[in-house]
Design a binder for this molecule. Structure first.
Ligand SMILES: Nc1ncnc2c1ncn2[C@@H]1O[C@H](COP(=O)(O)OP(=O)(O)O)[C@@H](O)[C@H]1O
Ligand SMILES: [Mg+2]
Length: 339
């Protein structure tokens, strides 16, 4: 588990003081994929870089498993934290397998064990070792390089992985594929993942928890369902944005996607008419506000409960359909590989 307790970071830049992160308190639960979302410059990267001590907080305290990161040995800390950045950050003169095995090599693993581990992870991220292990990064597409970046971050089996807009620089179709794969990989390896994005679709698709930042501050933190039911302004905007792939949300009804009512135990919760589109249902849930349950019922025209949808599934469907915003491609923030 990771905690941030009233963490701030200011930079002095050209005689000005920049408040990059402003009094952020946040708990990131073990085994969770916690998304940090917000516009460019909202402090996401700085927040993430303070966790693995690439930056030092100006104020506040960060702990990993109860230990203050500033009191930990920095090498040991970084070993327990994988890091994936937007451009992959692969070393061009090393093969794919050597890139993946970088940290195991630093840890002194034997050659054959490193190779075995690299092959295993390449398989996990969908790059058959026989085909990819001995290539060089320049012989791979952008999406394939990002997969290698993910494999590398997992190589030494760190309990925590930080991912900073890892799919931001790849085309929308590849991106969708990488997102689906990350969900599969996360289910298989069960890491604590902090995932930075400024893409709401990606956040809904991937996040167990979503923390929304703006101007260095934490605006809202909660599950996708929380954000659906009491959305802060940017989320409302994202739902109603004109330039998004909203078609599927408009034309798919709840009745089409709900689980059969008989397959879930009877619980409380709202009932929504099955003929509502997913988009209408999102707006309706936001209008009704908060409840403590994990999903809602779907009824037929006679008012009979015919189906059930968990918020988790509902949010993932929204995420799938919203997809990357047109404006997000190619935003590079020039992060460097950690030393
Ligand atoms: N090393 C730095 N020196 C000066 N200002 C910085 C530095 N790093 C980040 N900033 C500033 O801090 C703010 C937050 O940046 P960042 O955390 O990179 O945001 P995000 O990742 O959300 O785009 C921005 O205004 C950025 O210009
Ligand atoms: Mg950033």
């Amino acid at each position: 588990m990771i905690t941030l307790d009233h963490v701030s970071k200011t930079f002095e830049s050209k005689g000005r003081t920049v408040r990059a992160v402003d009094d952020v308190s946040l708990t990131i639960g073990a085994g969770q994929l916690h998304v940090l979302i917000g516009p460019s410059g909202s402090g996401k990267t700085t927040t993430m870089r303070m966790i693995n001590r690439l930056e030092t907080p100006t104020a506040g305290r960060i702990t990993v498993d109860g230990r203050d990161v500033l009191a930990m040995d920095v090498v040991e800390l970084r070993r327990s934290i994988g890091y994936v950045i937007q451009q992959g950050g692969l070393l061009p003169h090393l093969t794919v397998a050597e890139n993946v095995a970088m940290v195991p090599r630093l840890l002194g693993w034997q050659r054959h064990r490193r190779r075995e581990r690299a092959e295993e992870l390449l398989g996990l991220v969908g790059l058959p070792a026989g085909q990819f292990a001995d290539r060089y990064p320049r012989e791979l597409s952008g999406g394939q390089q990002q997969r290698v970046g993910v494999a590398r971050a997992l190589a030494a089996d760190p309990p925590i992985v930080l991912m900073d807009e890892p799919f931001g620089a790849v085309d929308p179709i590849t991106r969708k594929q990488l997102q689906r794969e990350l969900r599969r990989v996360q289910a298989a390896v069960n890491k604590t993942i902090v995932f930075v994005t400024h893409d709401i679709g990606e956040a809904f698709l991937l996040g167990d928890q979503i923390a929304l930042m703006a101007d260095g501050r934490l605006v809202q933190n909660g599950t996708p369902a929380d954000l659906l039911r009491r959305p802060a302004t940017p989320f409302v905007t994202a739902f109603t944005g004109e330039d998004r792939g909203l078609r599927a949300l408009e034309y798919t009804t709840l009745a089409e996607v709900a689980d059969a009512a008989g397959s879930v135990p009877a619980t409380d919760g709202d009932t929504l008419p099955g003929e509502l589109s997913i988009l209408e249902a999102g707006r309706e849930l936001a209008r009704r506000g908060e409840t403590g349950v994990d999903g809602f019922w779907v009824s037929d025209r006679g008012g009979r409960k015919t189906g059930y949808l968990s918020y988790r599934r509902f949010a993932a469907m929204l995420g799938e359909a919203l997809g990357p915003a047109g404006a997000t491609a190619g935003e590079a923030d020039g992060d460097a590989l950690p030393a």
